[in-house]
Ligand binder design. Structure first.
Ligand SMILES: [Zn+2]
Length: 173
């Protein structure tokens, strides 16, 4: 997804050592993702950045909710998310790579943008299947679903059971 300018960290002015940042992912972020499933949400991103002369080690922790649709009743559902991700940036000016874990920054780079990594972190944190807690689904849809389940899973007709019993007896006699 396109980087959002709010998610940039200027690292050139930072001293070596640990630095903390907080970001809030709200509607602008969710609108910018291409995830049709994500209607919105509110996620706090806590970021620590450890700077040394050669590396930036970024640890992200996501906590919050993402608004999705329930897989069962299709009603709105606030899915709780909690996730962690680490991303390492090399400052030694190697060739740019697409390595997932280690990104070689251009020698002239003075900032990193975290939008893409926030997105990755959330995508991994969200369960594949999201459904309301028991009894929380849309009651109207629930009624229809229950009816369908009954129609598709009939309890065996007792008369068949009696017939089967008779057949078994005949066979064994
Ligand atoms: Zn539901």
């Amino acid at each position: 997804m396109e980087p959002l300018k709010d998610h940039s960290i200027e690292f050139t002015g930072l001293k070596d050592g640990l630095h903390e940042f907080r970001f809030v992912l709200g509607q602008p972020f969710f609108d910018a993702t291409a995830e049709e499933e994500w209607q919105g949400g509110q996620v706090a991103m806590h970021v620590t950045l450890e700077k040394s002369s050669t590396l930036l080690v970024v640890d992200m922790t996501a906590t919050g909710t993402v608004n999705v649709h329930c897989d069962r009743c299709d009603g709105p559902l606030d899915q709780a998310v909690k996730g962690e991700q680490r991303q390492i940036f090399s400052l030694s000016g190697g060739e740019p790579t697409d390595d997932d874990e280690l990104v070689n920054l251009d020698e002239k780079a003075h900032s990193i943008n975290l939008t893409h990594y926030f997105y990755e972190c959330l995508r991994l944190a969200l369960p594949i299947r999201h459904v309301h807690a028991a009894g929380q689904c849309d009651p109207e849809v629930e009624k229809v679903l229950n009816k369908l389940i009954v129609e598709h899973d009939p309890t065996p007709d007792p008369r068949w059971e009696i017939l089967k019993d008779l057949q078994n007896k005949e066979r064994s006699s």
